[in-house]
Design a protein around this ligand. Structure first.
Ligand code: CAA
Length: 241
């Protein structure tokens, strides 16, 4: 029986690559997205993967969205919490709204989504939860106290829920990408990217979204059942943990 996978933020960037990789691995995939209808519809047309629009920062919207996904494709076996945004600014200029938006979308979302799938996974005795963290949650980053806090928090969540679910056939892991060639990274001012980020990547290039998707597909596989509570780092050697 094909596993059912749901990928948040699964229509663009790293999430898109994850959705496609899980489909290629034989899963029945659904992709959540937050706002960009045009990109989501184009993605769905190209890949055949159904898309579901709801706000992962909203607990009740997640409950309704997950119920709809499960009605459409079946009980969720694999949840990839990938949705994320940036609102980069140094702390001394950051607004409370910019803090709240990043914490809601990048961290509270992981509670909102996982809370609504965990009962079913426990009852069925199988689950794979994969949380997309970041190098910047591991090492901190100038201009990202909100993002770094959210991405670090997600690693703590991963370890705690891994402990709670280990006896139920569920694994919970994080993947911590470095700088990947996506719209999010391309939005960093070019001079900052060229002078402050690229020179720090030992392999000498940005990563590709597919390189992260392959990490996720591995952790999502039945064969990865002995790996739980871990953080798989893929950053071209920029930060070694
Ligand atoms: N380390 C040290 N100093 C830095 C720095 C850094 N990484 N980035 C900027 N600075 C310094 C600048 O050199 C400058 O110093 P001087 O005043 O002495 O010249 C000062 O900080 C102000 O820099 P800016 O002119 O860039 O200031 P700004 O207010 O216009 O922008 C910023 C600040 C928004 C933080 C901008 O520097 C920026 O966007 N930085 C990139 C942040 C980043 O890496 N974001 C990651 C996005 S991708 C992502 O998040 C995905 C992932 O998981 C990896």
């Amino acid at each position: 029986m094909a596993r059912v996978a749901l990928v948040t933020g699964g229509t663009r960037g790293i999430g898109r690559a994850i959705s496609v990789a899980l489909k290629d691995a034989g899963c029945k995939v659904a992709a959540n997205y937050g706002g960009n209808d045009a990109a989501a519809n184009a993605f769905s047309k190209e890949t055949g993967i159904p898309v579901h629009k709801f706000d992962v920062g909203d607990f009740n919207a997640c409950k309704a969205g997950i119920a709809k996904v499960e009605a459409d494709v079946g009980p969720i076996d694999v949840l990839v919490n990938n949705a994320g945004i940036t609102r980069d600014k140094p702390l001394h200029r950051m607004e409370r709204t910019e803090w709240d938006a990043v914490i809601a979308t990048n961290l509270t979302s992981v509670f909102n989504m996982t809370r609504h799938v965990v009962d079913g996974m426990r009852a069925r005795g199988f689950g794979r939860i994969i949380n997309i963290s970041s190098i910047n949650g591991q090492k901190g980053q100038f201009g990202q106290c909100n993002y770094s806090a959210a991405k670090a928090g997600l690693i703590g969540f991963t370890k705690a829920v891994a402990l709670e679910t280990a006896s139920k056939g569920i694994t919970v892991n994080a993947v911590a990408p470095g700088y990947i060639a996506t719209e999010m990274v391309m939005a960093v001012p070019k001079d900052v990217l060229d002078s402050k980020i690229l020179p720090l990547i030992p392999v000498g290039r940005l990563g590709e979204a597919d390189e992260i998707a392959r990490c996720v597909a591995f952790l999502a596989s039945d064969e990865a059942g002995f790996i739980t509570g871990s953080t798989l780092t893929a950053n071209g050697g920029q930060y070694m943990t």
